[in-house]
Design a protein around this ligand. Structure first.
Ligand SMILES: C[S@@+](CC[C@H](N)C(=O)[O-])C[C@H]1O[C@@H](n2cnc3c(N)ncnc32)[C@H](O)[C@@H]1O
Length: 259
């Protein structure tokens, strides 16, 4: 299949500050929830919506279940902290970093509400403030394709992982139905015309392998046929078809890489 590479905006020039400012204005996941910010309804509704649409995430997080009992997990790029909550519930000692104060606030409030201890702080994927070989797992979903230097961030993940540690990373997939839809409709993956996301990229499997070339083993799979903007089409297509086609032309490249 031949696909053009979309470069929205001028993201080669975008800075980490531009990325911070965009996501601090647009708290990721908040747009799907109508409940009052940080209320119990907000926490529950956002979790329900997330896993109804992103049906593959619970299965992907399940891959991390038995990697290291009571091990140390790092999540990079938290959004509303729904997956962070699950990592805590899996029994990991969780540290979470996000570039934005807004996401740190929402994630901290969620974990406090459910009584889950974790260390949540502002941090940059491209310059993680942790020693080498600190974590048993690093998880990052839909984040590293939004940072100006994705390779630098992938290298940071490698640095902070212990030997034998596992990274589970989602990056957007270029050979995807959703990519094509955005290409023909001239719309961004995230953000809006009046407030465009400063950095967003999509990768082929081969390019993803190249990004993770320093790891000792890398498994890549594809899932999630539609993005979030497909409305009724997403609703009416049977799950069996979404899963079948999603394996080939899904929007999410799921990368499990062992250091
Ligand atoms: C598309 S959202 C994904 C959030 C969450 N993982 C989810 O799936 O809902 C991207 C998130 O990554 C964060 N982010 C972007 N670049 C980052 C960086 N360099 N370091 C840390 N976080 C970053 C943003 O602030 C935002 O919260």
């Amino acid at each position: 299949m031949f696909f053009l590479q979309i470069h929205w905006g001028n993201h080669r020039m975008a800075t980490v500050k531009d990325v911070h400012d965009f996501w601090n204005r647009n708290l990721c996941g908040d747009e799907y929830t109508e409940s009052q910010y940080l209320s119990i309804e907000y926490f529950e509704e956002s979790k329900g919506i997330r896993y109804r649409y992103h049906y593959h995430i619970p299965r992907e997080l399940g891959k991390l279940k038995d990697i290291k009992k009571n091990g140390k997990a790092l999540e990079i790029g938290l959004g509303l902290g729904v997956d962070t909550q699950v990592l805590c519930e899996l029994g990991y000692e969780v540290t979470g970093v996000d570039l934005t104060e807004k996401s740190v606030e929402a994630t901290s409030a969620r974990l406090a509400f459910y009584g889950l201890p974790a260390t949540i702080m502002v941090g940059n994927a491209e310059a993680l403030g942790f020693d080498d070989e600190t974590f048993d797992i690093v998880y990052s979903f839909g984040v590293l394709h939004h940072t100006p230097d994705t390779q630098k961030a992938v290298n940071e993940v490698y640095r902070v992982l212990k030997k034998g540690g596992v990274a589970l990373i989602m990056l957007y997939h270029r050979h995807a139905l959703n990519y094509l839809a955005h290409l023909v409709t001239f719309t961004q993956f995230d953000g809006r015309r009046e407030d465009p996301c400063p950095v967003e990229r999509a990768y082929s499997r081969q390019e993803a392998r190249q990004l993770f070339k320093d790891y000792s083993r890398t498994e890549i799979s594809v899932d999630y046929l539609f993005g979030t903007g497909w409305g009724r089409i997403n609703y009416f297509v049977p799950m069996g078809i979404k899963k079948l086609l999603g394996k080939y032309m899904g929007w999410h490249l799921m990368i499990k890489a062992v250091k």
